[in-house]
Design a binder for this molecule. Structure first.
Ligand code: A3P
Length: 272
C-alpha cells in the first residue's frame, strides 16, 4: 500500500474488518437492541448496526461474507454483532464454536411471559388479522394445555436452549443480562458487560437519563447522534390486555423451566 497505509498498519491503526469477538445471541424481545446500543457507546467497541443472521440464515455464504458485514476496527477494538435468533437455533452453537471457540456470548433474558407477550405484540404490528394471544398460546380453547410449539412460548423455555450451548461452551463464556434490570439500572448491567469483555468501565450512569414519557432509559449522546435520544418507536411498545388467568397459567408452565435456568446459570432472576 501507500506509505500512509503502511505507517497506519504498523501502528495498528489501519482500520480493517474482523470476525466478531463477542456476540449478542439473544433472547429476542428481551432488550437486545438496548444492550447493543449501550455497549457500543464504548470507544473500544464497534458493532454491526443491523442483525446479520449469518449463523442461522446465511451460513452457506461463508466466513468471508460474514466478515464483510462487520464494521471497521483498529487494533484493540472489539467487534460485535447481535442476532437474537441465534440463541434458539439448533445449529448455531456448533457453528460459532467452529468460527472461534473463544467467542464471548451475551444473552439478555426477560421474564418469559412478558417476553412472549412482547413477541406477540411485535407480530400483531406486522400482521393485521392476528388471533388473540390467549387463542395462540393454548390448545383446545381452554387455558389447560400450553401450545409449546408456538414460537413466542417456545423461545421462553430458556433452560432447553441453554443446554445446547453448554455442549459447546463453558458457562464462563456466557454472560446473562437481566432485561428487567437493563431498564431500571442500565449502568449496572453495562458495567457487568464491560468487565466481561475486559474493557475499562467507560460507559456509566452519566450516559443515561430516564425519559418518563417513554418510560425507558435513553442516551444523552451516541456515535450516531450528539443530542439526547431514545431507542426507536418499536422498542417499548404498549402490550395488549391479556386475561390474567391465561397469564397465571403461563407462569405456572414456565416455573420449572425458570428454576432449571436459575440452577444452570447460578443466577436467580426472580421471575414470578
Ligand atoms: P417491549 O417493546 O415489549 O416493551 P429487543 O430489542 O430484544 O427486541 O427487545 C425489545 C424490548 O427491549 C422492549 O420490549 C423493551 O421492554 C426493552 N427495552 C429495554 N431497554 C429499553 C430501552 N432503553 N428503550 C426501549 N426499550 C427497551
Amino acid at each position: 500500500g501507500s506509505p500512509k497505509y503502511r505507517f497506519l498498519r504498523q501502528q495498528g491503526l489501519r482500520p480493517s474488518r474482523h470476525l466478531p469477538d463477542a456476540l449478542v445471541i439473544g433472547v429476542k424481545k428481551s432488550g437486545t437492541r438496548a444492550l447493543l446500543e449501550f455497549i457500543r457507546l464504548h470507544p473500544d467497541v464497534r458493532a454491526a448496526g443491523c442483525e446479520v443472521h449469518f449463523f442461522d440464515r446465511h451460513y452457506a455464504k461463508g466466513l468471508h461474507w460474514y466478515r464483510r458485514h462487520m464494521p471497521y476496527t483498529i487494533e484493540g477494538q472489539i467487534t460485535m454483532e447481535k442476532s437474537p435468533s441465534y440463541f434458539v437455533t439448533k445449529e448455531v452453537p456448533q457453528r460459532i464454536h467452529h468460527m472461534n471457540p473463544g467467542t464471548k456470548l451475551l444473552v439478555v433474558v426477560r421474564d418469559p411471559v412478558t417476553r412472549a407477550i412482547s413477541d406477540y405484540t411485535q407480530a400483531t404490528s406486522k400482521k393485521a388479522d392476528m388471533k388473540k394471544f390467549e387463542e395462540l398460546a393454548f390448545i383446545n380453547g381452554s387455558y389447560e394445555v400450553v401450545d409449546t410449539s408456538w414460537g413466542p412460548v417456545k423461545i421462553g423455555v430458556y433452560a432447553r436452549h441453554l443446554e445446547r450451548w453448554l455442549q459447546y461452551f463453558p458457562l464462563s463464556q456466557l454472560l446473562f443480562i437481566s432485561g428487567e434490570r437493563l431498564i431500571v439500572d442500565p449502568a449496572f448491567e453495562i458495567g457487568r458487560v464491560q468487565d466481561f469483555l475486559g474493557l475499562k468501565r467507560v460507559v456509566t450512569e452519566k450516559h443515561f437519563y430516564f425519559n418518563s414519557t417513554k418510560g425507558f432509559p435513553c442516551l444523552f449522546k451516541s456515535e450516531a447522534r450528539s443530542t439526547p435520544h431514545c431507542l426507536g418507536k418499536t422498542k417499548g411498545r404498549n402490550h395488549p390486555y391479556i386475561d390474567p388467568a391465561a397469564i397465571d397459567r403461563l407462569r405456572e408452565f414456565y416455573r420449572p423451566f425458570n428454576n432449571k435456568f436459575y440452577q444452570m446459570t447460578g443466577i436467580n432472576f426472580s421471575w414470578l
